[in-house]
Design a protein around this ligand. Sequence first.
Ligand SMILES: Cc1cc2nc3c(=O)[nH]c(=O)nc-3n(C[C@H](O)[C@H](O)[C@H](O)COP(=O)(O)OP(=O)(O)OC[C@H]3O[C@@H](n4cnc5c(N)ncnc54)[C@H](O)[C@@H]3O)c2cc1C
Length: 380
Amino acid sequence: MEANLKKRVMIIGGGYAGVSLLHKLKNEIGIELILVDKSQTHLLQTHLHKYISGYYSKDDITFNHEKYCKENSIEFICEEISNINYKDNYVISRENILYHYDYLIIATGSVSMFPSQIENVIEYTKDIKKIDNLDFYRNKFQKILDSHDTNRSVLVVGGGVSGLQIACEIAYTIKSKGLNKDNIQVTLIEGMDTILPGMDSFLIEKSIQRCAELDIKVINNLFASKILEDSVILSNGDEISYDMLLFVIGAIGNNIISHDENIQENPRNQLIVDDYYKVKPYDNVFAIGDIVQAIDSNTNDFQAPTAQASRMQAELTAKNILKDINGDTLISNNISNKGILIDLGGPNCAIGRVLNINLSGKIALWLKKLIYSLHTKKFN
Ligand SMILES: Cc1cc2nc3c(=O)[nH]c(=O)nc-3n(C[C@H](O)[C@H](O)[C@H](O)COP(=O)(O)OP(=O)(O)OC[C@H]3O[C@@H](n4cnc5c(N)ncnc54)[C@H](O)[C@@H]3O)c2cc1C
């Protein structure tokens, strides 16, 4: 097909959602694929705890967009998109360059949430979703490990899946170096009455057990209310000192300005999409991944923003883009959560609940590794 007859399918964001979509569409001859990402690399957020701890190298968690795109005849534009003109089908980059599209897929993910009610939160915390910040934490942790001082403290605020995985990985690494809580105390602070709030009791119980095994001090029912240079003030007035502070209390959509009154967003900056992941009223614009507020087709609840959901949304959207181009009926949302796997630090410790079956130990870890391999294989 002549290049100018091909549909220009532009994906903004090469995270789990964007990369999975590229992978599904890369061999389609009727389309011209363009990836736009402000970063040179795809960052494997699901395994960033293993990078902070020093267990994984940068090559294990980052994959070069340019190389992948070159090998698959995809155009790669390394730019940040700062504006979308939905009505006239173009986007504008931070460098003020204008790019046209026939189909646009917004897959810009999310950024960590730093509520302004928490005093100084911006000043003393960093978004763990950025590779430079991960380097900062990795180096800092290495220095703490090397210092051989006593009474060092690593504080993780947020006891959801991300915070728990980070706390366990760090605590496991401390133990594996022959150090203990008198050298470095890991503390996990969760504002609700349990870690993994809202999750299955099996996962909660196993996680509490693992935290105890790893000497992680878990504090529930208290919020961080003020951050100082080397301590955190909790909602009851208690002060906890830290040498390293990680703030992982949730994420908000990483939306792009459009000045378009038709585009609907929820209070977490996520785009509201229809049953086909289209950004209404624009028939040629889809959104997938953490940036969307999507519904679980089984439970009718909101889908959790996960790599798993991003991949499934990408697969559905790939089919629907091809159907749309061919004038066929689109497939409506059929995505439901298959479960969760959580790494609890160390070579044998993971837990999960997949298709309503509880998993723990080697099998859970093996499944997690399998998912990692299936995703990263795209880049080999
Ligand atoms: C510590 C941690 C552990 C996790 N563990 C799990 C897990 O075990 N299982 C699971 O399923 N999920 C897990 N998640 C969640 C999962 O990582 C996210 O749901 C997933 O990364 C979302 O993918 P995405 O493609 O929507 O966004 P991202 O992966 O965030 O990618 C967005 C991309 O868009 C680019 N971008 C953003 N804005 C622009 C712009 N304006 N212009 C150009 N490019 C732009 C970014 O550079 C980035 O490459 C975890 C998350 C964290 C933080």
